[in-house]
Design a protein around this ligand. Structure first.
Ligand code: F6R
Length: 369
């Protein structure tokens, strides 16, 4: 049943290219139009939207953080992202022209469900991204875009996360298209890059041996820090979450620019810092900023594990360990950069002798608030 893998988690990590392809399937017309057939909101409803709220928990929240960057960049409407457990306790301002996107693998997470109900009471339109057909969250939503990741057995979310990202990208591109903010050829260009990501990821997955070796090396670390900027920031948070939940180690993700406002004091000789480097193409400024953050932590003794794009040769000079991922447009990069971090956490947990698929104290679906 584990298909030759030691853990469901490893099997599900390996299934990610197919899961992405399945989530894209049937959603893109030959002309590059995006077809969201299960979305029961009219195009006019979506044109009337003047604000987007994305609400979710845990890993799904990290997917939502990435979505915020994509939606604001492509659609040019304000987009907030918030933890479901915080959302309704602060009296958020919602109305008919608010689009609330709830993201949930299981479709049963109580915090997310309660936030959804709160939004509906305020008359917001609710669109769910969900991996479980017929679950409560999509049933109570105005519309649903199902991710076709297939059942996820391991408690730690992996393939659901990447398919949530794909669903978010599709929604962002769809909104941009029907609102006339992006030209058809611009949308088509992103779509064609999205279509290549399963192959890119398949290739990346064939060369993760170094990451496994690194994991054995890091299993006794007392903390591992993760830094990133822009969409690399949620990836850093996700890398740290995976490590906490599976390896029961202290880990923390930071926006790289925040280091100097406090966390840099944590860096000691040999502290492992995983650095997610943005693509040098397009937004080279962002990449250069992260590179200078890497130099800052290195100067204080950190051991740097750098995740960068193929072709960014210069970055090797700052890396104690370099993990290169296939090139993608900046906003799509989390589909690549998150994956070595999943493997790192899984392998560290296994090296520490933990049950990777069933971490202590955790349940696959959290149906209490
Ligand atoms: C982490 C993980 C959890 C879930 C969170 C939300 O690996 O799996 O953080 O992402 O409990 O669950 P869903 O997406 O089912 O609402």
């Amino acid at each position: 049943e584990k298909g030759g893998y030691d853990y469901f988690m490893l099997k599900e990590i390996a299934e990610q290219p197919q899961a992405i392809a399945d989530t894209l399937l049937g959603r893109l017309s030959e002309r590059g139009d995006i077809v969201l057939d299960e979305v029961r909101l009219t195009d006019q409803d979506l044109r009337d939207v003047d604000k987007v709220f994305i609400v979710a928990c845990g890993t799904s929240y990290h997917a939502g953080m990435v979505a915020k960057y994509a939606i604001e960049h492509w659609v040019r409407i304000p987009c907030e992202v918030e933890l479901a457990s915080e959302f309704r306790y602060r009296d958020p301002i919602l109305d008919r022209s608010t689009l609330m996107i709830v993201i949930s693998q299981s479709g049963e997470t109580m915090d997310t469900l309660m936030a959804l109900r709160h939004a509906k009471e305020q008359k917001a339109r609710v669109l769910a991204i969900c991996n479980t057909n017929g679950s409560t969250i999509p049933r109570e939503s105005d519309a649903v875009l199902y991710t076709h990741g297939g059942p996820e057995i391991a408690v730690a979310s992996t393939k659901a996360f990447v398919t949530q990202l794909v669903a978010c990208y599709l929604i962002g591109l769809h909104l941009a298209q029907i609102r006339g903010v992006m030209y058809a050829d611009e949308v088509a260009a992103v779509v064609s890059r999205l279509r290549r990501t399963p192959d890119n990821l398949r290739e990346l997955l064939t060369r993760m041996e170094d990451v496994r070796e690194l994991a054995r090396d890091l299993k006794t670390a007392s903390t591992i820090l993760f830094i990133g900027r822009h969409v690399g920031f949620p990836v850093a948070l996700e890398g740290a979450l995976k490590l906490k939940e599976l390896a029961y180690m202290h880990a923390e993700g930071f926006a790289a620019g925040e280091l100097k406002h406090g966390p840099i004091a944590l860096i000691d000789k040999g502290t492992p810092v995983v650095c997610v480097v943005p693509s040098p193409a397009g937004r080279g400024v962002l990449r250069d900023k992260v590179v200078s953050n890497i130099q800052e932590v290195r100067a204080r003794g950190a051991r740097t594990i750098v995740i960068a794009e193929e072709g960014d040769d210069e970055v090797a000079a700052y890396a104690d360990h370099l993990i290169l991922v296939p090139r993608t447009p900046t906003l799509l990069a989390p589909l690549m950069t998150a994956v070595p971090l999943q493997i790192l956490a899984c392998e560290i947990a296994a090296a520490r002798g933990h049950d990777v698929d069933q971490p202590r104290n955790l349940a696959k679906s959290v149906t209490v608030e």
